[in-house]
Design a protein around this ligand. Structure first.
Ligand code: HQG
Length: 180
């Protein structure tokens, strides 16, 4: 299958399943699930070609496992990254040591002032390795990597969650826990 089509479909799914299902008149349930038999016709109706085979390939080959099916593949959702309000029922996880956040120099003064904020998403996104953080920051320019003392944060009462695809999530990171 054509790589370009797979990537384009992944971007389209990120958009509708995380941010804007109404664009294709799609309803997500309160846990962020879309019915596959609604997603496919609604996509086609809005001129985005989609069938079950393509959907399966996108889910299976996605580099970050961004999407997940329920057990019988009748529903699909994004594992993280939402700006719309969905309840993912994430389980709390206790981090050990440090986590990393990739950003760019232009954001540093503001982050020093207010810490890491979730901005338009539901959580602040952190990763357990620097390489991933470099990629995340690199989406916006020359990456700057911040080191977060997640273990100390958790000991002092902050909650951490791990998405189905391995992204560490928290509500905010006050600047005192960040090594710049
Ligand atoms: C910055 C991608 C100023 C923050 C990635 C980031 C990730 C602040 C931007 C996922 C700030 C928000 C999320 C503050 C945070 N002042 N700037 N106080 N606090 N920022 O896209 O973490 O490929 O919402 O540093 O891989 O970049 O789409 O968050 O630059 O996992 O699956 O505000 O998106 O995943 O940007 O990326 P985002 P992010 P996907």
């Amino acid at each position: 299958m054509d790589e370009k089509i797979i990537k384009g479909t992944s971007k389209f799914l990120s958009f509708v399943l995380r941010h804007s299902p109404e664009t294709i008149d799609l309803k997500l349930d309160e846990n962020g699930w879309a019915n596959v038999d609604e997603l496919i016709p609604q996509s086609n109706k809005h001129k985005v070609p989609l069938d079950f085979d393509l959907l399966q390939v996108v889910v299976a080959t996605n580099d970050k496992k961004r999407f997940i099916f329920n057990e019988d593949k009748t529903k699909i959702r994004a594992s993280q990254g939402h700006s719309i309000n969905v309840e993912l029922n994430l389980t709390e996880v206790v981090p050990q040591g440090f986590l990393y956040h990739g950003t760019v120099a232009a954001s540093i003064d503001s982050i020093k002032e207010t810490g890491l904020q979730k901005m338009s998403r539901q959580h602040v996104h952190l990763s357990k390795d620097k390489e991933t953080a470099i990629k995340v920051g690199g989406r916006r320019g020359k990456p700057v990597i911040l080191t977060v003392d997640a273990e100390r944060m958790q000991l002092e009462g902050f909650k951490f969650y791990l998405s189905e695809n391995g992204v560490w999530l928290t509500d905010e990171v006050p600047a005192r826990y960040i090594e710049f």
